[in-house]
Design a protein around this ligand. Structure first.
Ligand code: ASC
Length: 151
């Protein structure tokens, strides 16, 4: 086999082992990963909340961009909740792992509602028309936090 082929096979095998099986992921890295995702989500959710509350001026383009980001970011955290990763400084309750199906379904609700918000925000230029769907996204954050986040 040529050197290049050997290298690419090795890379492919490593990818399968590390990502496919999740075997090499350190629990503290999983915590760091999901906290990073939630930080980015809050970073983007915050200004939308500010506009909805009238604390900052409404900017339809900025709102749409942030809604798009939150919709994408909401697809990321689940893979960080690997077994045995309730370690160190975390607000994740044990109930997440005890009720993983319910946790997943709550996260899917967020994904669905956030995708709808991103969709309406693309074409809607009136803040009032965005408020109900924004409310649904916020509620789905809260529904999950109430049960699964230490406060
Ligand atoms: C945030 C954040 C939350 C949610 C929640 C939405 O930015 O840190 O916990 O939004 O307040 O209801």
């Amino acid at each position: 086999m040529k050197r290049k082929t050997v290298l690419s096979c090795t890379a492919a095998a490593l990818f399968t082992v590390c990502v496919g099986a999740g075997a090499q992921i350190k629990p503290e890295d999983a915590v760091h990963y999901r906290q990073g995702v939630y930080t980015a989500m809050g970073w983007n959710f915050g200004p939308m909340a500010g506009m909805v509350k009238g604390e900052i001026p409404f900017d339809a383009k900025a709102f749409a961009l942030r809604a798009e980001r939150v919709a994408f970011l909401s697809t990321l955290p689940l893979e960080g909740f690997i077994p045995g990763s309730r370690v160190g400084k975390t607000d994740a309750k044990q109930e997440i792992w005890d009720n993983m199906d319910d946790f997943k379904s709550k996260l899917e609700t967020l994904q669905t509602e956030a995708a709808k918000l991103a969709e309406v925000a693309k074409t809607t230029t009136a803040l009032d028309a965005l408020k109900p769907q924004f409310g649904k996204v916020g509620q789905s954050c809260k529904d999950c936090h109430d049960e699964y986040k230490e406060d």
